[in-house]
Design a protein around this ligand. Sequence first.
Ligand SMILES: [Zn+2]
Ligand SMILES: [Zn+2]
Length: 390
Amino acid sequence: MRLLRLELLPPSVVGCHMPRRPSRNLMRALILFLSLLAPLLTSCGEEEDSRVWLKGDLHLHSDHSHDARDNPLSALVPLAESLGMDYFVITDHDNHVNGKLTTWDDPHYRSDAMVLLYGVEWTTGRGHANFFGAERFEHERLYALRESSGEQVAEEAARQSLHFSINHPIGKDLWEYGFDHHFDSIEIWNALFLAPNRNRDAIALWESLVMEQGRRIPIRGGSDCHHQEGGEAEIFNIGNPTTWVYARDRSGEAVLNALGRGNASISYAPTAERLELWADADGDGKYELLMGDTIESVPESLAFDLRVEGTHPGDSYRVLIIKDGETLLEETVRAVQPRLTLTFRDSPNGRTFYRAELRAEPPLRHLQTTLPEAYGDMIALTNPIYVGYP
Ligand SMILES: [Zn+2]
Ligand SMILES: [Zn+2]
């Protein structure tokens, strides 16, 4: 593996970045510089980008699922609104109602504060998948394809312009339709990072698919929240984890478009730190490639910019950059501002993908639980930037 360098970028953009291990004096100077330039920082490399970060949860059950009777829609919608969710979707089990969904007609399925998507968990004996639409769709046509092939399901989803997302591919309900057919995203972070699904194994599976198939596969999270009462509700709830999408506007279509492009990252809670991974493909000092994007021709080297929003000054974080499934860089960084930026440069070896993880112990202040260890140390992770991928 090629060793990576962390470096200060040219003076024109250095104000947005921190060196690998800044000396105390340099740190003070940077803090001063950063605080003076604070109003300018958000525009660094993002001129004329009017997109917005929207957060939501992409896997939730309400009392329209038989195993979620204590999760009434009348309580879920206000709870999601109180958590500041920008978009929201309920993905009830279709097999509990023989494919005739009732969720969308529930008078409580409405919100003025959030973009509501139309969703369902296609729940079969050979695996589960979520379908998402910006509008109502004909789910019975998908329900009828339970014994069909993955290709046929993908064709029907495409015919209805739906987002087809495989759920928890490894764990209690394995995905047995294979991975050769088209799908729009895969849930690699279901509920708590450590349990009940094997999310780390799901990530390894996804990375191997990306490498073996030479195919971009967007990733997402989903809480799979079923309860507001009992033990499970003590540990996690809506937004554990939260999926952030960078959408052109506040509409269901824009949310699904960003999700389908992989312009998204996942955080363990709606109030947790959020990651953005950007790259400068043409060497002009502007970071125009966002996680999920690809640059088809392979440049000699690329500059990357990892931004962490919502850091807690004084807290230490471990930042990991992962290249083709292997750790390229691991840095411990102490936050001095509510935003942290790490820049680095690397030479891709042909077809390559880069992604980032942020690790630390989740602090209790963000959780509705007394069991933070159930979360593991995964704070957030990104979709990859792809190099040499179509
Ligand atoms: Zn499921
Ligand atoms: Zn589910």
